[in-house]
Design a protein around this ligand. Structure first.
Ligand SMILES: NC(=O)c1ccc[n+]([C@@H]2O[C@H](COP(=O)([O-])OP(=O)(O)OC[C@H]3O[C@@H](n4cnc5c(N)ncnc54)[C@H](OP(=O)(O)O)[C@@H]3O)[C@@H](O)[C@H]2O)c1
Length: 289
């Protein structure tokens, strides 16, 4: 019998990681999942708790794995955690660890809109992380996701909470677009990138087939609910994001929304030959509640 595939996952308690671990566990992949805190493990999963991803303790546990999927990332800074140290330097540390552990494949989730000529600090840290993955000489796939939709993603949780308070804030006009992709498609594509050679050493946008304005997305999410949409002037939204860390949107959430980034779905479709789930349909079914 063939040896089962062994995959390492960093940031194991996060939204994408949790859904991906469940999917891979059901596919009988052997998982080595690393998190800073304790979590409930799935079948075929070895749980590793590591506060600082220290190489000495991790290397023997992950040696010779078939792949490492790096899912650590932050989208908001504070004086305690910043983009340079988490998005870039920690990625560099994981890349070095992967080289020393002779990992065969690296998968990294960057961000839609990342490019060499970006001026946004968040994207710059992701670009530097991408470069460190590419320079590793390890076979890689880099995904640049738009908004990933699931029952338990941060924005879905925000919308559900806002419905209870009968008020959803829409920054500016809400006319800027997103290109959401369902978490079920994302987990399939990440697995495919490991087993399908066509994904080797490629950077690809991770986007769904539909471009939807932010305002429309919220309306579709609400279905027939009468929750109040509260449009706030974009200058006011930025002011609140800058001055109040508890405001519904962070500065870079606003940058990404207003940035109106659209990806290349066709390329992803050609690469994967998958039928993508329609996020509009998903919203209509109410499956996110
Ligand atoms: N979800 C989206 O729509 C989306 C869109 C574009 C890009 N992405 C990227 O995809 C990746 C996964 O996204 P996600 O939505 O799953 O994010 P998430 O739920 O916020 O999970 C990220 C994980 O990163 C780890 N982490 C955060 N701060 C850390 C720190 N200081 N030190 C060590 N680990 C830390 C945490 O893992 P533990 O708690 O297990 O330690 C956390 O659960 C991220 O890189 C994100 O930027 C996501």
């Amino acid at each position: 019998m063939d040896k089962p595939i062994q995959i390492v996952i960093t940031g194991a308690s996060g939204f994408v990681a949790k859904n991906l671990r469940k999917y891979l566990s059901e596919k009988n992949v052997h998982l080595i999942s690393i998190s800073r805190k304790n979590f409930k493990s799935f079948k075929n999963e070895t749980k590793v708790i590591s506060k600082n991803y220290d190489e000495k303790s991790l290397l023997p546990k992950i040696k010779n794995s078939d792949a490492l999927i790096h899912l650590i990332g932050i989208g908001k800074q504070s004086t305690k955690t910043d983009y340079e140290s988490i998005n870039f330097q920690l990625t560099q540390k994981i890349v070095n660890l992967s080289k020393n552990a002779k990992i065969k494949k690296l998968v990294y989730t960057s961000g839609l809109g990342v490019s060499s000529n970006t001026s946004i600090g968040y994207f710059i840290s992701k670009f530097k992380a991408e470069t460190s993955v590419i320079d590793s000489q390890i076979n890689y796939t880099i995904f640049r996701p738009s908004y990933i939709v699931g029952k338990d993603d941060l924005f879905t949780k925000y919308l559900k909470k806002s419905i209870k308070k009968n008020k959803i804030i829409i920054p500016g006009s809400g006319k800027y677009s997103i290109q959401p992709i369902s978490i079920d498609d994302v987990t399939k594509l990440i697995f495919q990138s490991i087993v399908n050679k066509k994904f080797n050493n490629k950077i690809t946008d991770l986007v769904g087939s539909e471009k939807i304005s932010f305002e429309k997305y919220v309306q579709l999410f609400l279905q027939k609910r009468k929750t109040k949409l509260c449009y706030i002037d974009i200058e006011k939204a930025y002011h609140l994001a800058i001055s109040n860390p508890k405001f519904d949107y962070g500065v870079d959430d606003l940058n990404i929304l207003v940035g109106n980034f659209i990806g290349d779905h066709k390329k992803l479709k050609n690469l994967s030959k998958t039928n993508f789930q329609s996020v509009k349909e998903l919203l209509k079914t109410g499956a996110l509640f």
